[in-house]
Write a protein that binds this ligand. Structure first.
Ligand code: NAD
Length: 443
């Protein structure tokens, strides 16, 4: 099937590569000329396991092409995906300007029927706005053409995006058009062989499903973080509590890890956007407001531990920091807890020596060259002349470090762990003070 994808970001690029891999003929359109030029040279703009070989092999075989030529893109696809960003507006609601710009572009260049698929995460009612934009533009241009608008939200997880798109848990189609449903069933049939993963529903329910999923996951995290703060104050160990509640199948073990807060491009913005959407229909989303507030506070947790240990004086200290990305297996730093920590440390006059397996370039891009940030080549190198060690991201490579080396390298034998990677008793054996989330301080 001839497919066009507008927006070559995490969602658009992975979706395009996966659709090409199963044999579809895909054209990707982006406004970023540099990104398109790089992709044509085989330079992939993001780190995502398995993505580079998938993109390069499909590009070499001509099944996926990259362009900034919107007309070429619109002409090519019988189905046209909108996979552009929907960043938070000033008040936290989703900004639809990129989605609407693509809708207008599609209407401007289309010469026959198109199925327009909205993959971006958008508030309920956006499909109606896209329909209005396309209809108005067609009318202005005196074009008498029909089209369908389908909501098909994306559920991929950064760090596992290729696998998630290759083996989706579910494919949500929000449409009442039999024609569009039939075409999309055909498009997705290679991913729907094991059992029927396609769930068809009305457009508004599909749009809300995406927010409900992300808000539920964010709620689980903030709930556990709330419990971890109580555990700390009450002398309990959140890791025991986690195992204790996870054993109930109604709760389950997944996604109940306490930590130094959630980040990324989705949870923070989607929780905020749904709070604003709720306000818009006259409803106060109290749970979601609390989820956001708890997370905001949790991102300051590591800083609070450091202030506690150093009795409020971090001036002149050098902090070794492991993990910059908002979660492992990605180079994405959007809303990462590490950023909150580093910025607070710098305010206090501390220096940071950081390492991340993938997010060093991104950190450099965001913060540039500053005297209070040194990006080190290895996690061990961060320890040289550092006062203490802080861990922000649970990369596999951090799980079994050389504790003797840590102890002998840092000036104060203390580790602040935002992801609870180690057993407190083990840290005591190595003579390391250990601050972990929701666990009694071990000395
Ligand atoms: P991104 O910022 O990585 O990529 C968006 C791309 O769209 C950029 O390359 C940008 O240049 C391009 N773009 C902007 N305007 C354009 C236009 N008019 N024409 C063509 N291209 C244009 O965004 P992303 O992380 O891929 O997210 C896209 C959407 O998918 C968002 O709504 C997001 O909430 C949602 N989503 C993201 C994830 C995720 O894990 N990143 C998961 C599920 C859903």
């Amino acid at each position: 099937m001839k497919v066009t994808v507008f927006g070559i970001g995490y969602v658009g690029l992975v979706q395009a590569a996966v659709l090409a891999e199963v044999g579809h003929d895909v054209v990707c359109v982006d406004v970023d000329q540099n990104k398109v030029d790089n992709l044509e040279k085989g330079i992939i703009p993001i780190y995502e396991p398995g993505l580079t070989p998938l993109v390069t092999s499909n590009f070499e075989q001509g099944r996926v092409k990259f362009t900034t030529d919107a007309e070429k893109g619109v002409t090519h696809g019988e189905v046209v995906f909108i996979a552009v960003g929907t960043p938070p507006d000033e008040d936290g609601s989703a900004d639809l300007k990129y989605v609407q710009a693509v809708a207008k572009t599609i209407a401007t260049h289309m010469q026959k029927h198109k199925i327009i698929i909205n993959k971006s995460t958008v508030p309920v009612g956006t499909a109606d706005k896209v329909i209005a934009t396309v209809s108005e533009t067609l009318k202005e241009l005196n074009k008498d053409l029909t089209f369908d608008v389908v909501s098909n939200p994306e559920f991929l997880k950064e760090g596992a995006a290729v696998n998630d798109c290759m083996r989706p848990d579910r494919i949500i189609l929000g449409t009442e058009s039999e024609f569009a449903e039939k075409k999309l069933r055909e498009l997705y049939s290679p991913f729907n062989r094991n059992h029927d993963k396609i769930i068809v529903m009305d457009v508004r329910s599909a749009e809300l499903t995406k927010y409900a999923a992300n808000c539920m996951l964010a709620t689980k995290i903030s709930f556990m973080n709330e419990m971890s703060n109580l555990a700390e104050l009450m002398g309990a160990d959140i890791e025991n509590v986690r195992k204790g509640i996870g054993s109930d199948p109604r709760i389950g073990y997944q996604f109940i890890y306490p930590g130094c807060g959630y980040g990324g491009s989705c949870f923070p913005k989607d929780v905020q956007a749904l709070v604003r959407s709720a306000n818009g229909v006259g409803y106060k989303a109290k749970i979601l407001e609390s989820v956001e507030a708890v997370n905001y506070r949790q991102k300051e947790k590591l800083f609070d531990y450091l202030m506690d240990f150093y009795k409020g004086d971090l001036k002149g200290n050098t902090i070794a920091l492991w993990g910059l990305s908002f979660k492992p297996n990605t180079d994405d730093m959007r809303e990462a807890s590490s950023r909150v920590l580093m910025e607070k440390l710098w305010e206090q006059g501390a220096k940071v020596q950081a390492f991340d397996p993938e997010a060093m370039e991104e950190t450099q891009r965001i913060y540039g060259n500053r005297s209070d940030l040194s990006l080190m080549g290895t996690k061990e190198a961060t320890l040289n002349n550092a006062d203490c060690l802080v861990i922000c991201t649970e990369w596999q490579a951090f799980r079994a470090p050389d504790f003797e080396l840590i102890k002998s390298s840092i000036k104060d034998p203390v580790v602040f762990d935002g992801r609870n990677l180690f057993e407190p008793s083990l840290m005591s054996e190595y003579g390391l003070h250990y601050y972990a989330i929701g666990r009694a301080l071990s000395v």
